[in-house]
Ligand binder design. Structure first.
Ligand SMILES: CC(=O)N[C@H]1[C@@H](OP(=O)(O)OP(=O)(O)OC[C@H]2O[C@@H](n3ccc(=O)[nH]c3=O)[C@H](O)[C@@H]2O)O[C@H](CO)[C@@H](O)[C@@H]1O
Ligand SMILES: C=C(OP(=O)(O)O)C(=O)O
Length: 417
């Protein structure tokens, strides 16, 4: 096991380039199995979640060639075999194998997803969608069994605007007979990315990125080449880290529009943010105002940046209130930040943060973004070393984190525990 060691107190300065989005990649890889021929994905992030997904596809007989930031997936020899255990259990997004297998084979047996469990994460809306498309869904011994004689288009209203359910239903519905409408669909940029890939494969999806998505089923999908959108959560994490260390960082390979909610909050705090065509520059200041933040579905402030933002708000003057309306209990980073001297209490779905300096401590990342929050907190510590264990969570979502931070002047290294 490894841990991250951070000797903080250095402002981050320089330029960093961001890879493709994890939350796109781990939906695009399973989407590729719907094609009859090779799908090429460019701008792939080098993450453990991506490695696990390539393992899942190989187990099913797909040929996966992964070199650097490109993955070629030839699904022509893929078989329908049950996957109750193994790599599917390591990954949250393995739930996309349900929609993809259902679309390809009209059946699937998949273990319940693993990954970051900061609170119970139900998949009832995914199941509701599959059932509406004509599938029978049962849950036996920790695995979901799905079977349909034939998938038929349907009108599906999501009770909650779920990213995973929207994509999963899209995957299955591309091969259903007739048209499907998803109402109250999630609008996150990753949904548009998946629809773009599926449309390049020959699907007919309209309205991705709005709350109504219409899918006309097709009988066959073909291979294509697709470049993954930039990872807005990694971008946001570096923006927050630049502000927290009162540095000056240019983040390259960005779609600035995807970060509007964060940019607005940083400006409100007194951080200088310059938006360019494909990059964002964040320049820190010596004093920050306290702000209130509400994590909401897109285009609101992303829940995945809620934990990193908590660390930044410890550097503001006065009391900030940060509420999460997507995951009401996503606060496992708070007790760890308190160990570092932060004055934070959790009340219901809100963290109340009273600004003040942090000190180095031994802390534990219990999920991916909690890990990012602790790294940012460690970077702000003027005197002392912070040790962050649970690095395997951080590796799920941050490509080249140590090298990137070091190139920006941070004193960060990995150490075997
Ligand atoms: C792989 C991936 O893309 N992960 C992202 C995805 O997760 P994920 O797709 O799992 O998150 P959802 O958008 O589905 O969850 C949003 C909310 O809906 C609830 N819900 C969801 C599905 C369901 O069937 N029933 C239900 O009640 C969840 O408990 C949560 O409160 O979106 C989240 C919200 O932006 C992000 O934090 C995750 O990084
Ligand atoms: C929670 C996250 O991912 P996942 O849904 O894959 O666990 C995340 O990216 O912050």
């Amino acid at each position: 096991m490894e841990k991250l060691m951070i000797s903080g107190g250095r402002p981050l300065r320089g330029t960093v380039s961001i890879s493709g989005a994890k939350n796109s990649a781990i939906a695009l890889i399973p989407a590729a199995i719907l094609a009859e021929s090779e799908v090429v994905l460019d701008n792939l992030p080098l993450l453990s979640d991506v490695a696990v997904y390539s393992e899942i596809l190989e187990e099913l007989g797909a040929h996966v060639f992964w070199e650097g930031n490109q993955m070629k997936i030839d699904p022509s020899d893929i078989r329908s075999i049950p996957m109750p255990n193994g790599p599917v259990k390591k990954l949250r997004a393995s739930y996309y194998m349900m929609g993809a297998m259902l679309g390809r084979f009209n059946e699937a047996t998949i273990g319940l997803p693993g990954g970051c469990n900061f609170e119970p994460r139900p998949i009832d809306q995914h199941i509701k969608g599959f059932e509406a498309l004509g599938a029978t869904v049962t849950n036996e011994h920790g695995a979901i069994h799905l079977h349909a004689k034939e998938l038929r288009g349907a009108k599906i209203y999501l009770d909650v605007s779920s990213v995973g359910a929207t994509i999963n239903i899209m995957l299955a519905a591309t091969r259903a007979k007739g048209s499907t409408t998803i109402e109250n669909a999630a609008k996150e940029p990753e949904i548009i990315d998946v629809a773009t890939l599926l449309n390049s494969m020959g699907a007919s999806i309209k309205g991705a990125g709005t709350e109504t998505i219409r899918i006309e089923g097709v009988s066959e999908l073909k291979g294509c080449r697709h470049s993954i959108i930039p990872d807005r959560i990694q971008v946001g994490t570096y923006m927050i880290a630049a502000a927290a260390t009162r540095g000056d960082v240019l983040i390259d390979g960005v779609i600035p529009k995807h970060l509007e909610a964060l940019t607005a909050k940083l400006l409100e705090m007194g951080v200088k943010v310059e938006e360019l065509d494909e990059s964002i520059r964040v320049i820190g200041a010596s004093k920050y105002s306290h702000v209130d933040v509400k994590a909401l579905v897109y285009p609101g402030f992303p829940t995945d940046l809620q934990s990193p933002m908590t660390s930044l708000l410890t550097q503001a003057e006065g009391v900030s209130v940060l509420s999460d309306f997507v995951y009401s209990n996503r606060f496992k980073h708070v007790p760890e930040l308190v160990r570092m001297g932060a004055k934070i209490r959790v009340e219901g779905r809100s963290a109340i943060i009273d600004g003040g300096p942090l000190n180095g401590a031994k802390v534990k990342a219990s999920d991916l973004r909690a890990g990012a929050a602790l790294v940012i907190a460690g970077l702000t510590v003027d005197d002392g070393v912070t040790e962050v264990s649970g690095v395997e969570f951080i590796d799920r979502g941050y490509d080249n984190l140590v090298a990137n931070l070091r190139s920006l002047g941070a004193d960060v290294w990995r150490q075997t525990e």
